[in-house]
Design a protein around this ligand. Sequence first.
Ligand code: C2E
Ligand code: CA
Ligand code: CA
Ligand code: CA
Length: 278
Amino acid sequence: SKECGRGTFSYFDDRMNAKAAERLVLHNRLRQALGRDELSLAYQPQVNLRSGRIFGAEALLRWTPRDGEPVSPARFIPVAEESGLILPIGEWVIQEAFREARRWRDAGLQLQLGINVSGLQIYRSDLVATLAAVQRDTGVPPGMIEIELTESTLMQDVHAAREVLDALKRAGYGLAIDDFGTGYSSLAYLKRFPLNKLKIDRSFVTDVCTNAEDRAIACAIIQIARSLNRRVIAEGVETAEQAALLRRHGCHEGQGYLFGRPMAAQELRERLGTPATN
Ligand code: C2E
Ligand code: CA
Ligand code: CA
Ligand code: CA
């Protein structure tokens, strides 16, 4: 009935308002986070599945408000993207990550560093210029840095994305496609982007040992990567069985709790046996 319909609407309206209100509160707190020094980067090791050696790490953003609990990136990154705050925050991430890469280099560590970049940074900022400026300031060789972009980011505007990626490639950066398999990219685009690496999304890795379909998808991604001469890394590797199966099927690299949780910069440096500096 009409009444029922109206009731339903106002129920949804209230829920949407509550959601919008929560986002607004989050947005206002996040806007101050940079100035208040509440953001940090955690570093998660990445290993070569054959040798077991750590060859790199991914920088993951952390937000711990002074007056509260840490907020998960799954909650605040969408807010940052919607509001445009991801632009200043993303720039901070790049600066901070390059500073850490510089410390690695100074300590004689041969490590690669993955940096996540969102669509707004590709399409609404001059990412190439930002990276060039930070690279100049820190002296980090671009080959140490791998830029991670999601499939859906690349698909928003294939032409524009390709121009940016080509420029990054020319500058010497590594390029990885993140969460591979979850977007809706045409495989044909893969060869058009100068990507070095595919990252198999965790959703296919979690049950790779027990679910035949997940295994088929993970193996298909590995095959595609290998036949196109790209590297392939599995994310969310939590057990030795998963790592062994992926390695057996030709996956080059792995990342996940089995090898290490995202950790403070200093902790990773200590784990790699370098003297503690800051
Ligand atoms: P992502 O790029 O796919 O990052 C991997 C996520 O999986 C991280 O979540 C990591 O902590 C988690 N993870 C790693 N290994 C395991 C595992 O073995 N098991 C499980 N269950 N989870 C694992 P996190 O740190 O919460 O980040 C979530 C997402 O937020 C990231 O997903 C990325 O899309 C985004 N993000 C993080 N940092 C940045 C950043 O600096 N810039 C941008 N634009 N996005 C970022
Ligand atoms: Ca990533
Ligand atoms: Ca990922
Ligand atoms: Ca993922």
